[in-house]
Write a protein that binds this ligand. Sequence first.
Ligand SMILES: [Zn+2]
Ligand SMILES: [Zn+2]
Ligand SMILES: [Zn+2]
Length: 460
Amino acid sequence: MQNPAIGCLTRTPETLPTRGGQGFTSVQSLLEADDGFDIILVDLEHDAAADAVFLLRCDPRYRLSLILAGKGATNTPALSDGPVPDDPHSITSSWQRLHERLAAFNQGNVPERFDDHVLAWLWSRPEGTLRPLRHPHHPQFYYYPLLSAFADDEPVNEMVWLQLMTEQGWLESRDLVDRIRLCTHCGSARLNYVDVCPDCHALEISREPSLHCFTCGHVAPQEHFLKQGLMLCPNCLTRLRHIGSDYDRPLENYRCRACQSFFVDAEVEARCLDCDTHHTPDELRVREIRNYRLSEQGRLRCRRGFSGDAQVESHFGRLNLISPAAFTNLLSWQIQQSRRYGADATGSVLLLRFGNLGETLGQARGTALLESLIDRIRETIRETDRCTRIQDELLWLLLPHTGRAGMDRLRERLAELNRLFHEQDHVTIDLRSSGLTLPDELLPQEDGELLMARLGGEVS
Ligand SMILES: [Zn+2]
Ligand SMILES: [Zn+2]
Ligand SMILES: [Zn+2]
């Protein structure tokens, strides 16, 4: 492999050229240089490094390049490939690995669209993560620097895009970073929470000690009861002598200056500072700010190429797929439940192996066959059932509250459908299945992982 071209951004020209690369003192001069670089080392401090890395990622030539930057720039974990290591040899080997990963992305197709760039970036980094960054000027306080840099001129609604990509199974959400509340009208998170009158919603309220006359039930501010040094009810003119027998202090301690009403607690209203819409707090949209990574399924698609398996994916996407890790956890939990509660917590695990998906799908009838199979699975499974897909051809189903009979029925239907197609069109999906029912067929000490390994062995 050729030696990579290295560009180095540094504040101190004396150290130029650095590490065998070409040196620049500003990101502009580097971007204007005619030569493209494979590796860029950013040797700047803090904000300067952060700005430089962002500008580099905005440039189509450097979106996926190896960019090493350090020294505590706030956005660098979200955009760069880590700090500059001391050992120049490790830089070259990191670049080689990155280069090989990128060459394998989507079967060597060069990423063109926004989605492709983000996926390629995540795919080519071993720990590739989309990380949000907090910024007080941003209407939602958080943004994803990598998405902003890749967005170019086309505006991308980052939150909507992330949600869509997660629903389509490309990405999976990870650690929760924060939870914010948004205006339902304009989506802004810049909200002011104010206490208002529960009757007329006026802002002008105040705490005012008040009294309650037992004779007539009148409630009014304390000063209305004071007449020439005596306590008189302003309504019935009864003289009030003893607290507890003539009068007391009501819980209503607030007064609205607009409608004069008394109340115990003010109401909280969330007012949008951007569009001035008023909401009760429970009306606000709640949004979780999370890190995102490629899902197992997304990784699979990146490796196999988008065009080839788009069809297969769209079929399986209709089943509610969860990540293999989540599936294993759920299964372990189900196993614990059935150990504890016996037949009351029965459930079944079914593994389907589609042996020849690639070839079969080439034919139109093969596609139709897969469609019907998946429809049949969908009809049979319930909201509470969960599926996951591993290595293309393995589809796992966890069917809580389904006993042996229910699971066998599903297996029979699928086999029957497959037979029917074979008779009509001589197309068959090489469908093998294996399943068991909890807790009866559970081995001692078996957890989700061990059980999956056992069933997996039966269909391979
Ligand atoms: Zn009021
Ligand atoms: Zn009174
Ligand atoms: Zn608003």
